[in-house]
Write a protein that binds this ligand. Structure first.
Ligand SMILES: [Zn+2]
Length: 125
């Protein structure tokens, strides 16, 4: 009896939460009530709330690919602008852009993983 009352509540709650909120907070694509990340970018195997099995093979390296794409575009534009305005030496570029690449990748990778999981979950329905 408890199962039958809990399940519609979870579906209704999941529909009210936007995709943006699921992606930014790394929430479960099915129930959206708990984070799907065990560590910063390490995913859980199964959602402890709804039992949704997270299939790694569906997202593959897509999140890493999109992270590299977005990071490289941002860094290329930044390098271009910095070079045109200040024309610094090469070591200045290295000191500035290696940490920027690392930090941007760390920031962007997690939302892309969550986004691809949400997209793969919505394509199953
Ligand atoms: Zn869940």
């Amino acid at each position: 009896m408890a199962q039958s009352t809990k399940e519609p509540y979870i579906k209704e709650k999941s529909q009210n939460i936007s995709l943006l909120k699921k992606v930014l907070y790394g929430l479960c694509p099915n129930c959206a009530s708990i984070s799907i990340f065990r560590y910063y970018i390490k995913l859980l195997d199964v959602c402890p709330n709804c039992g949704y099995v997270i299939n790694y093979q569906k997202i593959g390296d897509g999140a890493a690919w999109f992270t590299m794409l977005v990071t490289s575009i941002i860094v290329a534009i930044g390098v271009y602008i910095l070079e045109i305005i200040f024309q610094p030496d090469l070591w200045v570029h290295i000191i500035i852009w290696f940490p920027v690449i690392f930090i941007l990748s760390c920031i962007i990778l997690r939302p892309f993983k969550a986004l691809l999981l949400c997209i793969s979950n919505s394509s199953n329905r």
